[in-house]
Design a protein around this ligand. Structure first.
Ligand SMILES: C[S@@+](CC[C@H](N)C(=O)[O-])C[C@H]1O[C@@H](n2cnc3c(N)ncnc32)[C@H](O)[C@@H]1O
Length: 397
């Protein structure tokens, strides 16, 4: 494959910001791609994919590269991918044979899988035998999954509509509203997206709203709604009848949810910023369903957010667990007796998942609740993101 200097320059510029200025990969890529409207779909695909893959394999590449110079890192990555390097000045000092030898000598799983040592130790201690395959799966590129907006179109109709635009999809078994793209591509520019016929949402993530068993006319609270991915799905399942209170501590995220709701043809979503305990208390026993899609480490979605592994620390993993338990303890009161609550994370660590639910159920605030069922979705088993979904019922008084 031929390398173009301007594209490699763009990759290196992006990596400089991500590796050395600690910016978020998705934001950096978005801005760099916007900076040059002349790049075609292939160029954009090359830049985005190369940056993401180099972020994913950062530790391994750094171990094999002759230096931390970003062109050296790129060259090393390019060789490891099985390509040849052109004789550019920037690649001087890279010796393919030495890289090959160094690669063959790597023994540590943390280096091979390109993750921090502490994360490897944590994963192995919590997931035991399953960790090896799980981290291997989480290092593979994610598929692009769409959620059909059933308020506007059926899955069969959307398959046809996208096919007319040259986009091939298939319907994965066990996921009612999901469509997987046969080939990775940017679908945000497609008219069907602009018309609100689908959202991009991983198949595992689509299990969350479905677990709430909502019905048209219900009062539902999505307490950690963010940009509204699950709220939109809930609204579609409720046939846009009833009311969804989409709450978050960050108002700007909810603004985004509002825009998405408009595109989706949804009118039942009401955004509400959480200003403190008062906001929660006022809603005591007001909802038929409560969704707690809590902040988490994101270790189940490393496929699509590989920079997470470089941003997390042992301390941040502990801190997020405290927030999760605080949310369970405080927000559960919004559910009516007899109602259902779903606690969900996009993490595969039991300490963020079943351990949190057990702790809640054993506490004073959780004594009125019972676990109906929970799903531990590992990436290696589902083929999609890693998730945890626990369904809890509040007992009738
Ligand atoms: C996993 S994300 C939610 C994703 C969202 N439900 C979706 O489907 O797009 C967790 C959200 O919780 C929010 N959050 C963090 N702390 C919170 C708190 N104490 N109360 C409510 N929301 C909180 C974050 O701002 C973030 O948007």
């Amino acid at each position: 494959m031929k390398l173009f200097p301007n594209l490699v320059r763009a990759v290196v510029a992006a990596l400089d910001e991500i590796f050395y200025q600690e910016r978020y990969a998705d934001k950096v890529i978005e801005r760099i791609l916007k900076s040059n409207p002349k790049w075609g779909a292939r160029d954009r695909g090359f830049i985005a994919e190369t940056v993401y893959e180099m972020v994913r394999w950062k530790r391994l590449i750094e171990t094999l590269s002759p230096s931390k110079d970003l062109y050296h890192l790129f060259g090393t990555y390019w060789l490891v991918q099985g390509n040849q390097l052109p004789a550019w000045e920037e690649f001087k000092g890279i010796e393919p044979n030495k890289i090959k030898e160094a690669y063959a000598k790597v023994e540590s799983r943390a280096v091979k899988q390109s993750i921090p040592d502490w994360l490897d130790e944590l994963g192995a201690s919590l997931l035991g035998d399953q960790w090896d395959e799980e981290i291997d799966t989480l290092n593979q590129q994610a598929e692009v999954v769409l959620r059909v907006n059933t308020l506007k179109i059926s899955r069969e109709q959307l398959i046809k509509r996208l096919k007319e635009d040259g986009i091939e999809t298939y319907a994965p078994k066990g996921y009612k509203d999901a469509l997987v793209l046969a080939k990775r591509q940017n679908v945000f520019r497609n008219p069907a997206f602009k018309e609100g016929l689908f959202e991009v949402q991983d198949a595992s993530s689509q299990l969350v709203a479905a677990a709430l068993e909502v019905e048209p006319g219900m009062r539902v609270i999505d307490a950690c709604a963010g940009a509204g991915g699950k709220s939109l799905h809930l609204a579609a399942l409720m046939e846009n009848k009833g009311r969804i209170l989409s709450m978050d501590i960050h108002g700007w995220k909810l603004q985004n949810a509002k825009l998405r709701a408009r595109r989706n043809g949804i009118s039942i979503i009401e955004p509400r910023v959480i200003e403190g305990n008062k906001t929660i208390k006022r809603l005591k026993e007001s909802a038929d369903r409560v969704l707690l899609d809590v902040p988490c480490t994101g270790l189940g979605v490393l496929k699509r957010n590989p920079d997470t592994k470089w941003k997390l620390t042992p301390t941040s993993v502990e801190e997020v667990q405290k927030i999760q338990q605080d949310i369970l303890q405080s927000y559960a009161q919004m559910l009516k007796p007899g109602g259902l609550m779903v606690y969900a994370t996009c993490s595969i660590l039991p300490v963020e998942n079943q351990v949190q639910v057990e702790k809640f159920l054993g506490s004073d605030k959780g004594k009125d609740f019972e676990l109906v069922e929970d799903q531990k979705v590992l990436a290696q088993e589902s083929g999609f993101d890693g998730f945890y979904i626990a369904k809890l019922r509040r007992k009738l008084a």
